[in-house]
Design a protein around this ligand. Structure first.
Ligand SMILES: [Zn+2]
Length: 213
């Protein structure tokens, strides 16, 4: 198997990335703290990620400059945050029932978004979040690592959310699907090493399941 070199990953950036996944998964539900209605579209959308991207693109050489590549810390932060948010949207995509607080809420107009449109928007927001995270990745190692982070996070959250299969299945499907589409290097790597990866994946999944069961 073509070996991955994870030592190329910046350590400080990595810690920041991991930290930001945990913030990203929590952030949408801060709508309460911001005195908004639950599932407000202001926090339940990639709006804040666009804001981060704006800062990143405009000040990328001076903002949070850690490591070899100046902006790496902030880049990892956005990647982690986006994946965390995407996973939050995936949980929200499978509510106990599609009524009341499960629907997206639009402030100012003070209106709920209808079921079909809420579902569509949650899927769209998840895709946007993952596209941004994967788009910011600069190597197969980074994409792989953040994929593993997301996967572990879903496992760790299982008890709290009482959901596992559907969000995890959607995560695998969406993340890999998007990575295949926008990251040709990642795609080639997977195709070349599919047999070995399948074996590693089996061991990984078994380990995660024994850890959480
Ligand atoms: Zn939510």
């Amino acid at each position: 198997m073509q070996s991955l070199n994870f030592t190329a990953i910046d350590t400080i950036g990595l810690v920041l990335g991991l930290f930001s996944i945990f913030i990203g998964i929590k952030y949408p539900d801060w709508d309460f703290k911001l005195k908004l209605k639950h599932r407000s579209i202001l926090t339940h959308s990639p709006l804040i990620i666009f804001f981060f991207i704006y800062i990143y693109l405009n000040k990328q050489s001076s903002f949070l400059g850690f490591g070899r590549e100046k902006e790496v810390g902030f880049r990892y932060f956005i990647m982690g945050f986006s994946i965390g948010m995407g996973i939050h949207f995936l949980y929200d995509l499978f509510p106990k029932g599609w009524k009341g607080s499960a629907l997206l809420h639009i402030p100012i107009l003070n209106r709920k978004v209808r079921k079909q449109k809420s579902i569509f928007l949650f899927i769209l927001f998840t895709i946007i979040s993952f596209v941004i995270a994967i788009g910011l990745s600069k190597s197969i190692e980074e994409t792989t690592l953040f994929f593993i982070f997301g996967f572990v996070l879903l496992g760790l959250n299982k008890r709290k959310e009482e959901k596992l299969i559907r969000p995890t299945g959607s995560f695998l499907l969406l993340f890999l699907g998007i990575a295949f589409c926008i990251d040709s290097e990642f795609y080639e790597f997977i195709v070349k090493n599919i047999k070995n990866l399948w074996m590693v994946g089996e061991v990984g999944i078994k380990t995660v399941f024994t850890l959480i069961s």
